[in-house]
Design a protein around this ligand. Sequence first.
Ligand SMILES: [Zn+2]
Length: 197
Amino acid sequence: MQRISFCPLCGHELEDMIPPGDFKERQVCLSCQYIHYKNPKVLVSCFATHGAKALWMRRTTEPRRGFWTIPSGFMEDSETPEEGAARELFEETRGRVDPSSLALLSAGSLPDISEVHLTYRGVLLNPDEIQVTEEASEVALFAVDEVPWGDLAYEVVGSSTKKFYADHERGVYGVYTGSFGSRQSYFSEIRRDRLVK
Ligand SMILES: [Zn+2]
C-alpha cells in the first residue's frame, strides 16, 4: 500500500496514529492536522460494441504489456464513471461512445490492491476511426470467437466477458458483480429482470 513520509500540505513528518473519533490508524500531521486517508481507486472500462463485435486493444504499457484488454483506466477527479470510461476509450483507441448512453455491465473489486472496477457497455459510434495509440499497439473489433482468450491481460475478466458476449447476442443483459482476493472471491450475476428500478 502507498505510504508517504511527509505532509503534502506543510512538509512536516507524518505520524501513525488513530485520529480522535476514528477507528483506524492513519498517517497524521501533528503540525497542521492533515490526515492522509487512503481510499480505493476506481478503474472504469467500456465494452464498445459494433454489431456482434466489441473493441479490444493490445497494451503497450506495464503491467501486462503486449496482452489484450478492453479499454480501461482510472477515473479522474470530477468526472462520472461513464465519462471516465468514454474518455479512456478515446485516449486508448480513438473510439467514441456517448457517456450518457452507457449501461453498467459489471461492478467488481480487488480488495488486496484496493481497486473497484466498473465496466460499462455502449455502441461504438466511429468504428472506422479506431486506431493505434501510445497506449495500444493494436486495436481490433472481435466477435466472441475471435477474442484471443489465451492472451488476455487479466484472466479474471474472462468469465464476465464471455457472459457479456452471450448477453449481447441475445440482446438481454445481466449485471455482474464480483470480488477477487486473498480473503474471498466470488462472481455473481444479477439478471436484468430481477432489477428493481
Ligand atoms: Zn502538515
